[in-house]
Design a protein around this ligand. Structure first.
Ligand code: PLP
Length: 422
């Protein structure tokens, strides 16, 4: 068959874009060569509905071994006793948990999307807000931090069946112990979606949600630096609290409910090539090299935040405990949209983001979100973070001056091609 040059040329073009730019999107990273290799293999040809040893298709001996290794490594990495590595994405992992634990119409309590939460935590445009009855908690306007007394009051008022913690744009650590206490008071399950900081959590750099939360979900492609995908974990299995039974009338364990929440609940055949790549990434995340990497991610984010503050930028909550920060641009008289477009012109990639209590639309926004996971993989250190923030500041100040922007772009490109990428 003729090689599809159209697509392969575009892939080269994208590789070149990634190589010459500064990648600050907090949810992105660069996987290792071996993770990428595992993802592009013959495993994509294989159907394997079911779980290792319990499949609905023949010829699964090899993928059984691969998937079991992925499960075992995920358990080891997070100190879990149960894992499902099949979710195609973070959204799919959350969908599987909701399907397993809730009935349509049940009340749920999640972190507000406009304060940094995720669509799958109850947004009205997502299945989670359409099928369930969503309620939200958020941050305080003055501090940018969650007030757990207010979360408790809200939970007591709305009596959710599930409380969801975790976020896409919250730079502070979470008090999982307090949240579990709140969940226990109202008889709710506590789900932590650690998609963003999962790499920091795996290596002990943030509070451990598995100590307190019934169920934990994560993507595998952000700080964890694996292929795009999802993962569900539990420290301990337990009898489901809402009395869901098997067709034979037996009470089902939560692990069994979650497995069927993934398949057949919300997915068909698992992506065994991606599961193989997840297994490789989990092994990498257990290594000393990854430990050095993830420590550097945290240090780089801290320096980035300090530098932004020193230049008069307002960071929601005043700083960061993890790999990301949300910057309120209102005092700079800029919108998130203008910032994203301007930085795009100099090959610095960020995303516009709503800030808490934003009055602008999600297409414009008053903020931008940046993170250190990807640039740290490129090999950048603290001094480089200062340089990046000064380049951002210069570009934003000169957003209407194309010649200044062109010279910043050249500086970015000349600088970044010195850092290897594949
Ligand atoms: N949960 C959180 C907290 C996220 O930040 C994201 C992605 O940004 C997701 C879930 C969804 O992950 P995916 O894009 O893989 O569906």
């Amino acid at each position: 068959m003729k090689r599809d040059q159209v697509i392969f040329d575009l892939i080269s073009k994208e590789e070149n874009r990634q190589r010459r730019g500064i990648e600050l999107i907090a949810s992105e990273n660069f996987v290792s060569k071996q993770v990428m290799e595992a993802a592009g293999t013959v495993l994509t040809n294989k159907y394997a509905e079911g779980l290792p040893g319990k499949r609905y298709y023949g010829g699964c001996e090899v993928v059984d071994e691969i998937e079991q290794i992925a499960i075992d490594r995920a358990k080891q990495l997070f100190g879990a006793t149960w894992a499902n590595v099949q979710p195609h994405s973070g959204a799919q992992a959350n969908a599987a948990v909701f399907l397993a634990c809730l009935n349509p119409g049940d009340a749920i309590l999640g972190f507000d999307l406009s304060h940094g939460g995720h669509l799958t935590h109850g947004s009205p445009v997502n299945f989670s807000g359409k099928l369930y009855q969503p309620h939200f908690y958020g941050v305080e306007e003055e501090t940018g931090v969650i007030d757990y007394d207010k979360v408790e009051a809200k939970a007591l008022a709305v009596k959710p069946k599930m409380i969801i913690c975790g976020a896409s744009a919250y730079s502070r650590d979470w008090d999982y112990e307090r949240l579990r206490d709140i969940a226990d008071q109202v008889g709710a399950l506590l789900l932590a979606d650690i998609s963003h900081p999962s790499g920091l959590i795996a290596r002990g750099l943030l509070n451990d949600p598995l100590d307190h939360c019934h169920i934990v979900t994560t993507t595998t492609h952000k700080t964890l630096r694996g292929p795009r995908g999802g993962l569900i974990l539990m420290r301990d299995d337990f009898d489901n609290p809402f009395g869901l039974k098997t067709p034979k009338g037996e009470l089902r364990k939560m692990s069994s409910l979650l497995d069927s929440g993934v398949f057949p609940g919300t997915q068909g055949g698992p992506l065994e090539h991606i599961i193989a790549a997840k297994a490789v990434a989990f092994e990498e995340a257990l290594s000393d090299d990854y430990m050095a990497y993830i420590l550097q991610v945290k240090k780089n984010a801290a320096v980035m935040a300090q530098t932004f503050v020193s230049l008069g930028y307002q960071i929601i909550s005043g700083g960061t405990d993890n790999h990301l920060m949300l910057i309120d641009l209102r005092n700079k008289d800029l919108t998130g949209k203008l910032a994203e477009e301007t930085l795009g012109k100099v090959d610095i990639t960020i995303n516009k983001n709503m800030v808490p209590f934003d009055t602008r639309s999600p297409f414009v926004t008053s903020g931008m979100r940046v993170g250190s996971a990807a640039v740290t993989t490129r090999g950048l250190k603290e001094e480089d973070m200062k340089k990046i923030v000064h380049l951002i500041d210069k570009a934003l100040h000169n957003h209407a001056d194309d010649s200044v922007l062109a010279s910043i772009k050249k500086e970015v490109n000349d600088w970044m091609i010195q850092f290897p990428l594949y």
